[in-house]
Design a protein around this ligand. Structure first.
Ligand code: PRX
Length: 633
């Protein structure tokens, strides 16, 4: 497969970006022409950011699974699509060719149909990192069902909330998942969630870990048994370019996660375009993205982008530090990985083990390294560059979001220059702008502001499921006429962008997005808690840690035990990923006379910066601050 839209020089990048701004419709029509459409679009773009209402490739008909599978069969059917490395290094790896993947997706699509799944139905997927997860996504896409993948680290309650929000009647899961030394009882968690979701009609369960599970007659069926009954041919459903492809829940500044909706046509074009350009993928390269498919990175850069591009992806079931901190490097050498895309939190946690786990590894196959999910600090950047890339692999620092569907700001590997801790330049088609507090655009260079995007790109969020108003108010009202990212940003003298972190109440913990309000809600559900305030603080490994100030009335005299109890509650309500790193019991929270919690002060104290708390005289009770300073944990 060739990529006529791959930009191969800095000059070509500049030209492409300028063309994409001068005539976005012509630019994207040219890119989209390299995909399989059952019916060509009538109009490339219709948009306004007020409603908001964005439509790309209006009237076009396609199925993304045909673009990921069918079109590669003739020339590349025997080529590996997915190479899978199991959690257990002694376990059997699997290689699935495009032809095999096509057959398995078609069969599983028939399983979905046999179990009553129809176009437009919502299907929740809760699985570990096994090839069947990719098969499940693609099979949903093939029958036109809207998938909603939920990360394995979320609790039964979080799953139930998402199932209710999406009114998902179908679930695809597994008996269990392996993650390092742990075994996660996925089906058991689903069973707990389903106690609150009587509308769920079918649960399809993959046999994987052989963990004993309860199977309810009439509702629960085994993946493997259903396959036996399914036919092999499955004509792909004809989808409108603007039909939803998937929902992915993500945290914001309110307590309730929102279901970000992506469409079939625009998402396909942009995920693929960005994959091919940012990583400079060449046919035959092996691409290893270490993200979980439970997050947007896995959707766009394990499944849809690479497979549309006919690439070979490596999918890894386990974690970087098990059985030891050399696991990634074992995998790179074992399969001769060419492109490694990972997260700063993984890099930092491996850094902490020193270079010994790298010794004895060749790593010579690597050509390109990538980072995603949070700002990468310079120390981690240089460590990655020196020890893994051996100074010869370009590192792409890719800034984007669940809502953007694909990479927005990044250098292009080996084509445009990298700058440590900078995402650098916008991809062709992306028009970033910085705005000040008043919403005025900040022109020129060497400036900081809030990052907005002023023109639509094909994979922009279309709506938040079931609540379009929420989409409007969250992203399109802060700075009318633009999409607001929620991130702060600095543009240097050369025009390179450096993301400085969220400016809203969203934390980024180990690359996972967590809303402070969500964590507070969970803590407040704990018996005895009067109120709480959660802020982020710098954490060496996780990027940000979670610091919770808790007003707790009903102590049984054992603070440490109460802390553990509160952690249990947060685990139950949200999931282990949202557990605070620090809990400080306080008598009261610093509030203004109107009752607003002064988070700025709490953030400073959590950071250990006691000197610059600013003006505390407007507080209802300034003494509260002194008490909190004294009790800092
Ligand atoms: O704050 C930015 C940070 O992660 C947020 C998006 O999180 P999520 O939707 O979970 O998607 C993560 C994977 C795309 C952004 O608002 N972020 C993501 N990538 C970077 C980043 N911050 C700095 N540099 C990055 N490369």
């Amino acid at each position: 497969m060739s990529y006529p839209y791959q930009v191969k020089s800095a000059e070509a990048y500049k030209q492409a970006w300028e063309q994409s701004v001068a005539d976005p419709e012509a630019f994207w029509a040219e890119v989209a022409a390299h995909f399989i459409w059952q019916q060509k679009w009538d109009k490339v773009l219709e948009w306004n950011f007020e409603a908001p209402d964005v439509k790309w490739f209006v009237g076009g008909k396609l199925n993304i699974s045909e673009n990921c599978l069918d079109r590669h069969l003739e020339a590349g059917g025997d080529k590996a699509a997915i190479i899978w490395e199991p959690n257990d290094p002694k376990g059997k790896s699997r290689t699935i060719t495009y032809k095999e993947l096509y057959e398995q997706v078609c069969r599983f699509a028939n399983v979905l149909k046999n179990n009553g799944v129809r176009k437009g139905d919502r299907v929740c997927i809760y699985m570990g990192m096994v090839p069947e997860l990719a098969i499940a996504l693609l099979a949903c896409a093939r029958v036109g069902a809207i998938h909603s993948v939920i990360f394995g680290g979320f609790s039964a309650k979080s799953i139930a909330d998402r199932l209710q929000d999406a009114q998902a009647q179908f679930i695809i899961t597994a008996d269990g998942a392996y993650r390092g030394a742990k075994e996660i009882p996925l089906k058991g968690v689903i069973d707990d969630a389903l106690e609150q979701c009587p509308f769920v009609k079918k649960v399809i369960v993959l046999l994987h870990t052989k963990t004993p599970v309860s199977m309810i007659k009439g509702r629960d069926v085994w993946w493997q048994d259903e396959l036996e009954k399914a036919g092999v041919d499955c004509v792909a459903e004809l989808m409108d370019a603007e039909d939803p492809l998937f929902i992915l829940y993500t945290s914001g500044s309110t307590g309730k996660p929102k279901g970000v909706v992506h469409s079939c046509g625009g998402y396909m074009v942009y995920a693929t375009y960005s994959f091919v350009n940012v990583f400079q993928y060449q046919p035959g390269d092996l691409f290893f993205c270490t993200a979980d498919v439970g997050w947007i990175t896995g959707h766009s850069y394990i499944v849809y982008g690479p497979l549309c591009a006919g690439a070979t992806v490596l999918m890894f079931e386990g974690i970087p530090t098990w059985p030891d901190a050399g696991r990634f490097w074992d995998i790179v050498d074992k399969y001769k990985v060419n492109i490694l895309y990972t997260a700063p939190t993984a890099i930092r946690s491996l850094m902490a083990y020193g270079t010994e786990p790298i010794a004895g590894h060749d790593l010579g196959s690597l050509k390109v390294l990538g980072s995603v999910g949070e700002p990468i600090n310079e120390e981690a950047w240089h460590w990655f560059d020196k020890n893994i890339g051996k100074g010869k692999c370009p590192i792409v620092d890719t800034w984007w979001q669940t809502e953007t569907g694909g990479i927005m700001i990044s250098n292009l590997a080996g084509v445009t220059p990298a700058k440590p801790s900078y995402a650098t330049l916008p991809l062709p088609g992306i028009q970033p702008m910085l705005v000040d507090e008043k919403g005025e655009e900040i022109e020129g260079n060497d400036v900081s502001g809030n990052l907005c995007i002023k023109f639509p790109w094909p994979s922009i969020i279309r709506t938040t499921y079931g609540d379009h108003e929420r989409c409007r108010t969250t992203y399109f009202t802060a700075y009318p006429g633009t999409y607001f990212t929620g991130d702060g940003c600095y543009r240097d003298a050369e025009g390179n962008y450096r993301i400085t972190g969220r400016v809203d109440d969203v934390l980024n913990v180990s690359g996972h997005r967590i809303g402070t309000a969500e964590v507070e809600n969970a803590i407040n559900m704990h018996e005895g808690v009067v109120e709480s305030a959660v802020v982020g603080y710098p954490h060496d490994l996780k990027g940000q840690g979670i610091y919770a100030y808790v007003v707790y009335g009903n102590t049984h005299g054992d603070d440490e035990l109460t802390r553990q109890d509160i952690l249990q509650t947060v685990s139950r309500i949200i999931g282990p990923i949202a557990k605070p790193d620090k809990i400080q019991f306080v008598k009261g929270l610093p509030k203004t006379r109107s009752g607003k919690i002064m988070r700025r002060i709490l953030r400073k104290i959590a950071e250990g910066d006691m000197q610059n708390l600013g003006d505390t005289t407007t507080l209802l009770d300034p003494q509260v601050v002194e008490d909190i300073k004294e009790g800092k944990v």
